[in-house]
Design a protein. Sequence first.
Length: 133
Amino acid sequence: MSPNFSCMKTANVEAISSRVALPVSASDQDVFWMQRVAKGDMEALQSLIEAHQARVVGTVVKMLGDDLDAEDIAQQVFIRVWKSAGRYQPTAKFTTWLFKITRNLSLMNCGAGSAIRSRRYSTRRRSTFPTGG
């Protein structure tokens, strides 16, 4: 009669899994960071910025058509995240909330940004092309 090792295998797997940290999804990590940000943790905010800044800047560039103001708007997005952290509710993915803020700030700055770019172009044009008269 051979020994029954099935119970030993189960016990070993349970013992190992209780000691090993299971991978956490990015979404779970974002929620964890936001809970810490809501308590005033600047390191958690820095972690969120490092994880999402490139995508936020890229989204702003795509929405505005250039990258002149993208860094400034991305900074505004993360300032808004900091100020709104206490009201954040993880009913959807964090990135859904983050990119809603990104979209709203981009749209708010779209008109102002195009006016600024128009003035830059107008000023550049006047200095480059002298007017007759």
